[in-house]
Design a protein around this ligand. Sequence first.
Ligand code: SF4
Length: 361
Amino acid sequence: MPREQINILDLRLDELKDALGAINEPQWRASQLHQWLFSHRAASFDEITTLSLPLRSKLAESFCIKPPLTEKHDESREGGTPGATEKLLLQLPDGERIETVLIPGPNRMTACVSAQAGCPLGCTFCATGQMGFRRNLSPGEITGQVWALSDMLQKRNPEASITNIVFMGMGEPLLNTESVIEAVLNLSTRKYRFSTSQRKITISTVGITPEIDRLADTGLKTRLAVSLHSAIQEKREALMPQAARQYPLDRLRESLSRYASRTGEPVTLAYMLLKGINDSEDDAKRLLRYASGFFCKINLIDYNSIVNIKFEPVFDSTRERFRDILQAAGLQVTIRKSYGTPINAACGQLAADSMRKSDNL
Ligand code: SF4
């Protein structure tokens, strides 16, 4: 029976070192190979001309090189962004599908990437949460999303490039911290063809406190955003049952404050306004109290209507009143409009639809 090949893009650098050791190759070759794979983006071992022919064939016996493949491309010009918001549905070698989105903004081009196929946390407002959990993504599968978006962008305009990366796609990044850290390193290695500053990479979490602490200790300079959505414990538990119960607001605040001190960057408190749920004056005052006293800023987000999920966006006047309460107390507040509603830009909608079709559900 032919031996199953490992997709070499799935390996972290330390695993690549071990893999080379296992075939009696010096470990320093791992960095050389990594550069070919993640900077030059070699599509086959034959392209890696600095390796000897025997080594190339040895690698080809045990490994394959399979980045994610684009299965579907959608775009929307109606989402309130300066250009089109574009979403790719990518197929992974084992048939799983994930989404990645390109969001243009003034002076920036942001890649929104997924960290998991599906998600185990089941937040009540989220399409991915309704899919359930499929699996964690490898570092290469996360990095490959940025490549796919970058290729799409540069095909149209060779001068254009991705400037920012946000982990706000499918899944909870801090339930897949190892791969996320490795992908951040892949995407911020200075000498690599695609490289961005770690300060332009934002990891968005529901608030997995031990992992926030761990991330703070890595020395990475990535920014952190937390999906707060309510500063009232019971309300938060109703919206995000698993995460909020396991990681209560008080404990979360300690981790966020520590992260901000370690990185010297404000933590973003993402607050999605839901009509009649978390949009009252009292909600704003509770948020104000929660956010006071540590280095943070608040991002008020419009709800993206999702089929089969019964929440509604707030009126403009409600959003403005909510913002004014926070700003009057000196907090930094931004408003993020709902991008790409016509192409189902809320995380998981396109993939959920595709998985339903392929699973005949
Ligand atoms: S909001 Fe994030 S953490 Fe919650 S279910 Fe959706 S993907 Fe998972």
